[in-house]
Design a protein. Structure first.
Length: 280
């Protein structure tokens, strides 16, 4: 019984996020960009299980949507190796990731998996890492990984790692997530933008009624992405045609989300081959 209990509680469910607005403010000397956005957690989740392994290596398996098992590309393995360097007592493990969040879709699914791996290893193997230490490790994995350590609505600046809690909830709305399976190259997307300071900060816009967001809350990546991929633009337009209070692309794409006040039936206007999820 004790082993079964130990085994079951080593499962976590990394969730994704959407960006409420996204401005690229300036190019940094380190090659990154300064930005501002609001990260909002969404209940579309992967499942990650970790158990100790008698083998002298990491064993990784995946299911669901495509998962990369190569050490150089797999963020869960990278998270383990990051901690293993500082905590050599960390045992070898078996890791299984069931992927439900589309990869490379602007939802931060990979970043969530990496951040949740850090937290799970810390908890289950008693590493004693503080919240700030976990955030510091997460930043070594990716700019938006620290958000998933906090995993509450945050106003993000810097590379996306400077996080300030923000009082906002969309609990009274339904959120439609649609991904057409188009891969938008993030490097290309950044290259299409001329950084600039906005007339109004996203934090100020978010404090306004949601009905005002359509006119003011902008994702800078939408203009170049929509010009190249009209299919993504059409999804956003379809969201508004179906009554969305607000709709936008998340991150650098290609996922589009819509915020609705009423029950919606997405299959009536979305291609059946798209990834579709409605968060009630």
């Amino acid at each position: 019984m004790s082993y079964l209990y130990y085994h079951i509680i080593m499962i976590v469910f990394p969730n994704c996020k959407i960006n409420l607005g996204l401005h690229i403010l300036s190019k940094r000397q380190d090659g990154f960009h300064n930005l501002e956005t609001v990260f909002y957690p969404i209940a579309l989740k992967d499942a990650l299980e970790i158990i100790p392994s008698p083998a002298s290596s990491i064993e990784f398996t995946g299911s669901g949507l495509t998962v990369d098992g190569k050490e150089d590309d797999n963020i869960c393995i990278k998270a383990y190796q990051l901690l293993k360097r500082d905590f050599p007592q960390l045992p070898f493990i078996k890791m299984h990731l069931h992927k439900a969040i589309p990869m490379g879709a602007g939802l931060g699914g990979g970043s969530a998996d990496g951040a949740f791996t850090l937290q799970l290893l810390n908890t289950k193997f008693n590493l004693g890492l503080s919240l700030q230490q976990l955030i510091d490790y997460a930043l070594q994995l990716g700019s938006d990984c620290p958000f998933f350590i906090i995993n509450k609505p945050c106003y993000a600046t810097g590379r996306g790692e400077l996080l300030e809690g923000i009082d906002i909830t969309l609990a009274d709305y339904k959120i439609a997530i649609v991904n057409p399976g188009i891969h938008v190259n993030t490097g290309w997307a950044f290259s299409q933008i001329t950084p600039a300071e906005p007339h109004k900060k996203i934090k100020e816009i978010i404090a306004q009624p949601i009905a005002s967001w359509k006119a003011e809350l902008i994702n800078d990546f939408e203009a170049p992405v929509f010009e190249k991929y009209t299919e993504i633009k059409n999804i956003k337009e379809a969201m508004y045609n179906e009554g969305a209070v607000y709709a936008a692309m998340s991150g650098s794409g290609s996922t589009v989300y819509g915020i609705f006040e009423k029950q919606i039936s997405l299959p009536s206007f979305i291609d059946k081959n798209y990834f579709v999820k409605i968060i009630a």
